[in-house]
Design a protein around this ligand. Structure first.
Ligand SMILES: NC(=O)C1=CN([C@@H]2O[C@H](COP(=O)(O)OP(=O)(O)OC[C@H]3O[C@@H](n4cnc5c(N)ncnc54)[C@H](OP(=O)(O)O)[C@@H]3O)[C@@H](O)[C@H]2O)C=CC1
Ligand SMILES: O=C(CO)[C@H](O)[C@H](O)COP(=O)(O)O
Length: 466
C-alpha cells in the first residue's frame, strides 16, 4: 500500500474541509472517522481528489497508511475527545510521530498535553475560517516545539490563506501559544459580531429598516473602512430568505446565541492576566443573556418593550463611524491581552505576525488588520489606540460612538459592547481617574493603605485609621 504524507482524524465540518484542502494541494492523506459511514461517504464524494485520499476504518489501518515519521491532525471537539484520541493513538505510534490538535482547544489543555507528550512531538494549532476557510485557505496559528512545526510547515503554509503572497500560517510559540492566540481571535470575533448585532438592532428597532435595507447598509459599509468578512456575511444573512416559508430568515431565527467556549475562555484569561478586554467580556455576557429568553419575556411584560423609534436622532453614517471606533477599541484590547500573555507566559508572541495571519482566511479578516500589522510592526506592545493611524481614526469617529451609545441608551436599545468600548476609550484617555475614591474606601474599611500624589511611599492611611 502507498503511504500518505499526513493523516487526519475527524471528518466533521472542519476536518472534511481541511482534508480536501490538503489533498487539493497535492498531498496524499489518510483519513479516519469514528463513524465509518462518514469516512465512506467522504471518499465517495471527494470527486477528483479521491485518488489522493486513503479512507481507513480502524485506527490500526489509519496509522499504517501514513508515512513515517507520521504526522496526524486531530479535528474533533475540544476537551475529552482530544485526550481520548491521543490516548488511543499513542500506543500505535512511534516516539517521533507527531500529533497535531487542530480544534479549538483551551490553551491550558494544550500546555498540559504538550507536557504530557514529553519528547514525543505534539502541536496545538488554531485554525480559523469556518468550513469555507478550512476548504480553501484558513488562517493557522501554530503552537508547540518549533522543530515540530517545521516538519509540517510546508503543508500548513500550502493550505493556508494567502495575503499578497504571504501565507497566513505562523508558529506563535511553545506549547499552547497557538491555541491562546486562536482564543483571543475568537474573543475579538465575539466583540466584532456583537457590535454589528447591536447596530443591526438600532437599524431595525430604532430606524425601522427592513432586512433588505439593512443588507444594503452593510453592503455599502463593506466598501469602506469597515470592509471585512463579518460585515460582508452580515449583509448576506440580512437578505436571506427561508427556503421553506419564503420569509426573511433573520425574522425566524431565535434571538439566543450559542457558544462553544472560546470567547468565555478569553474573558476568564483576561481577568487572570489583569489585561482587561471589557468589550469582549460584554459580548460574552450578551450571548449569555441572549439565552435567557424566558426572563427577557417576563421583563418585557413587566416594564414594557424598551426599544423606541429614534425619530431621526442618528444617521447611518454615525452608525458606521461608531462601528469603526468600536472595532478599533476591541482589537486594541485583544492585542493588549496578547502582549500581556506574551510577557506572563514567556512566549514572545509575534504581535505583528498575528495581525498578518489574521488578514486573510480567518473570521475576523478585515482591511483594518493591514494597518494594524503596520502599526504593531512599528511599536509591537503599544496599545493600538495610541498608534498614529488609529489615534487619527478614533479622533475622527469617537464622537459618533458617543452619540450612538447615548441615543441608544435614551431610546432603550441595548448596546453593551459599544457602550463598553466607549467606556474603555474614555477611561484610557483620562489621566486623573476615580480610583482614588476606591483607595479611600479600601483604607477606611480594611486599612489597605494608599499612595499619595504629593509624597513618596506606599502605605498612607486616612484620618479614620485611629
Ligand atoms: N465549525 C467551525 O466553524 C470551526 C470549528 N473549529 C473547531 O474544530 C473542531 C471540530 O469542529 P467541527 O468540525 O465543527 O465539529 P463537527 O461536530 O462537525 O465534527 C466533529 C468530528 O469529531 C468527531 N468526534 C466527535 N467526538 C469524538 C470522539 N469522542 N472521538 C472521536 N471522534 C469524535 C466526529 O465524528 P462522528 O462523525 O463519529 O460524530 C466528527 O468527525 C472543534 O474543536 C471546533 O471548535 C475551529 C474553527 C472553526
Ligand atoms: O472558531 C470558530 C470561528 O473562528 C468556530 O466557528 C467557533 O465555533 C466559534 O465560536 P462559538 O461556537 O463559541 O461561536
Amino acid at each position: 500500500m502507498t503511504t500518505s504524507e499526513i493523516g487526519l482524524l475527524g471528518l466533521g465540518t472542519m476536518g472534511a474541509a481541511l482534508a480536501l484542502n490538503i489533498a487539493d494541494h497535492g498531498f496524499d492523506i489518510a483519513v479516519y472517522n469514528r463513524t465509518t459511514a462518514v469516512t465512506r461517504d467522504f471518499k465517495r464524494d471527494a470527486g477528483d481528489l479521491s485518488d489522493r485520499i486513503t479512507p481507513t476504518e480502524s485506527l490500526q489501518d489509519f496509522v499504517a497508511a501514513i508515512a513515517k515519521p507520521r504526522a496526524i491532525i486531530l479535528m474533533v471537539p475540544a476537551g475529552d475527545p482530544v485526550d481520548q484520541q491521543i490516548a488511543a493513538l499513542r500506543p500505535l505510534l512511534d516516539d517521533d510521530d507527531l500529533i497535531i490538535d487542530a480544534g479549538n482547544a483551551n490553551f491550558h489543555d494544550t500546555n498540559r498535553r504538550a507536557r504530557e507528550a514529553g519528547d514525543k512531538p505534539f502541536l496545538g494549532i488554531g485554525v480559523s475560517g469556518g468550513e469555507e476557510g478550512a476548504r480553501f485557505g484558513p488562517s493557522i496559528m501554530g503552537g508547540g516545539k518549533k522543530a515540530s512545526w517545521d516538519r509540517v510547515a510546508h503543508i500548513l503554509t500550502a493550505i493556508a490563506a494567502d495575503h499578497e503572497g504571504t501565507p497566513c500560517a505562523t508558529w506563535m510559540g511553545e506549547e499552547g501559544a497557538g491555541h491562546f492566540v486562536k482564543a483571543v481571535h475568537n474573543g475579538i470575533e465575539y466583540a466584532d459580531m456583537q457590535m454589528i448585532a447591536e447596530v443591526y438592532g438600532i437599524l431595525r428597532d430604532g430606524m425601522g429598516l427592513d432586512n433588505a435595507a439593512i443588507a444594503a447598509v452593510f453592503d455599502r459599509w463593506n466598501a469602506g473602512p469597515l470592509k471585512s468578512y463579518l460585515i460582508e456575511i452580515s449583509a448576506r444573512v440580512a437578505e436571506a430568505k427561508d427556503t421553506d416559508t419564503g420569509r426573511p430568515l433573520l425574522d425566524i431565527i431565535t434571538d439566543a446565541a450559542g457558544q462553544k467556549g472560546t470567547g468565555r475562555w478569553t474573558a476568564i484569561e483576561a481577568q487572570h492576566l489583569g489585561a482587561p478586554v471589557p468589550a469582549i467580556e460584554a459580548a460574552v455576557a450578551a450571548r449569555n443573556l441572549s439565552a435567557a429568553r424566558n426572563l427577557r419575556k417576563i421583563g418585557e411584560e413587566m416594564y414594557g418593550a424598551a426599544p423606541q423609534p429614534l425619530d431621526g436622532a442618528l444617521s447611518e453614517d454615525q452608525l458606521e463611524q461608531a462601528l469603526i471606533a468600536g472595532k478599533i477599541i476591541c482589537y486594541a484590547q485583544g492585542f493588549q491581552m496578547i502582549s500581556a500573555a506574551s510577557t506572563q507566559f514567556g512566549w514572545k508572541l509575534p504581535l505583528p505576525d498575528i495581525a498578518r495571519v489574521w488578514r486573510e482566511g480567518c473570521i475576523i479578516r478585515s482591511v483594518m488588520l493591514d494597518d494594524m500589522a503596520t502599526a504593531l510592526t512599528q511599536t509591537p506592545d503599544e496599545n493600538l489606540m495610541f498608534a498614529a493611524k488609529f489615534a487619527d481614526d478614533l479622533k475622527a469617529n469617537h464622537t459618533a460612538l458617543r452619540q450612538v451609545v447615548a441615543q441608544a441608551a435614551l431610546h432603550g436599545l441595548a448596546v453593551p459592547a459599544l457602550s463598553s468600548g466607549l467606556a474603555y476609550f474614555d477611561t484610557m484617555r483620562t489621566a486623573r481617574g476615580t480610583a482614588n475614591m476606591l483607595q479611600g474606601q479600601r483604607d477606611y474599611f480594611g486599612r489597605h493603605g494608599f499612595e499619595r500624589l504629593d509624597r513618596d511611599g506606599k502605605d498612607y492611611h486616612g484620618p479614620w485609621a485611629d
